[in-house]
Design a protein. Structure first.
Length: 443
């Protein structure tokens, strides 16, 4: 909330508040998200979301008018000269990790200023402890740092969120998310379910991942592409689907995509889904409570997308709206299995393939590095390494990976996308920005 945070002005509630409006559903009304008044924690979360959403919407509109820039990256682009440092001034070895500062800046405009001298050494030490699999020590250091360093620096919070994600600790994640939302007056981060249960990460796939990018109109003409996608699913254990470029949907297109999603999930293929939230919003705009169209496909596709996103509350409310509209029993929610969500990068050219890194990189890495070399040889300009499932990299393995990437960087661009913030801090410390652009995932 960069623009309005400097004003810090909020209207206080007036005495004698009006009675709550009637929240009953009416025919023709769009579906609404009901407040959970039974649990204090859920109420606090909803209040934080509602407050932040209004301000974020205004800020987004204003910032879009001012800036037109791509996704921020920690990269190897040209840097501005550093300002002179006064004699005796403390220095830090880790450049600024606060992504909120760079969200509206192009790569060439990234600030080269360091984090505060108090924060940088802490982040470095935490990154090293995590790389060495010292989970308890990492958590203790992060929690101790929140009280002082976490007041202004969100990096500590993001690293703690990722620690809980890696450990499969959703309750701890949700608890700290409420504190984060209160501290920074923003929406709380959402938990992303892991593809595999905690402790089974070593079994995950690594290698080239086919990507299917959908764009334009989703209608009946998408059928041949979906059929080819199902054929590729038989040859690849992991697929990536990108939906953010879809601009229009039709009932026929919704029905075809719905059937494809069902078949992919039934085949137990691992799915990386990008832009599912954007597609859900688009589909939601085409339906109305009580308006019974010939096809139920848009409703059912919306429910399927909410399941992929693990948005149980939205699913249940939409299911009730669907029940009212078509006078049928509402479907039940099934938690997603072997599904991960990601953010689509709209300004970048869509990639048809990317190399997915495994959950953990440690020990013998020769086979993995050889596979990366082979993939890089097939890339024309950009070597895209997908880190969406990369939980941890051993310190020595990270150093070895850096050395292996240097020859590739001499002739091609390298991007490491969707890094967790613990791994990103380690890579930043070791100097990965000399050979690659780092894109940590966003909270």
């Amino acid at each position: 909330m960069g623009i309005f945070s400097i004003f810090n002005k909020k209207k206080t509630d007036q005495p004698g508040a009006k009675a709550a409006p009637d929240s009953r559903l009416r025919v023709g009304e769009p579906s609404r998200l009901a407040q959970d008044t039974d649990a204090d924690r859920a109420r606090q979360r909803e209040i934080a979301r509602a407050t932040a959403a209004k301000i974020d919407a205004i800020e987004s509109a204003m910032s879009n008018d001012i800036f037109n820039t791509p996704e921020p990256a920690w990269g190897s682009g040209p840097r501005k000269a550093k300002p002179p440092v006064a004699d005796g001034a403390p220095t830090a070895t880790l450049p600024m990790l606060e992504l909120a500062t760079t969200e509206l800046l192009a790569d060439e405009d990234l600030p080269d200023a360091p984090v505060s001298p108090q924060t940088a050494p802490v982040i470095e030490e935490i990154a090293i402890m995590f790389a060495n699999d010292q989970m308890a020590v990492t958590e203790h250091m992060l929690l101790d740092s929140l009280a002082e360093l976490g007041k202004d620096d969100r990096t500590i919070w993001w690293m703690l969120f990722d620690l809980y994600q890696v450990g499969g600790r959703q309750d701890d994640f949700d608890n700290i998310a409420i504190d984060y939302a209160s501290q920074f007056e923003t929406s709380p981060p959402s938990w992303s379910p892991p593809l595999l249960p905690h402790g089974m990460e070593e079994r995950t796939f690594s290698g080239v991942t086919p990507t299917e990018v959908f764009s334009g109109v989703l209608d009946g003409e998408v059928a041949p592409r979906l059929e080819r996608l199902l054929q590729r699913a038989g040859e690849n254990p992991v697929l990536r689907l990108e939906f953010a470029r879809i601009q229009t949907v039709t009932p026929d297109g919704c029905a075809l995509l719905l059937e494809t999603i069902k078949r992919l999930r039934a085949s137990e293929r691992e799915l990386i889904v990008a832009g599912a939230a954007e597609l859900a919003e688009l589909v939601h705009s085409t339906i109305e409570i009580g308006k019974r169209d010939a096809s139920e496909a848009p409703w059912l596709l919306l429910l399927a997308l909410f399941q992929l996103l693990d948005r149980e509350k939205d699913f249940e409310e939409t299911a009730m709206d669907y029940c009212v509209t078509y006078e049928v029993s509402p479907p039940s929610f099934e938690p997603p299995s072997k599904v991960a969500t990601a953010v689509s990068i709209l300004h970048a050219a869509p990639a048809t393939e990317r190399f997915m890194l495994p959950s953990v990189i440690e020990g013998s890495t020769a086979a993995l590095f050889d596979a990366i070399d082979a993939y890089a040889a097939t890339c024309d300009e950009t070597v895209l390494l997908d880190c969406s499932r990369l939980a941890r990299v051993d310190y020595s393995a990270a150093a070895a990976l850096l050395n292996r990437l240097r020859p590739i960087a001499a002739g091609k661009k390298i991007e490491l996308r969707e890094l967790n913030h613990l791994v990103a801090a380690l890579f930043k410390l070791l100097g990965f920005t000399e050979v690659a652009k780092l894109f940590p995932h966003k909270y």
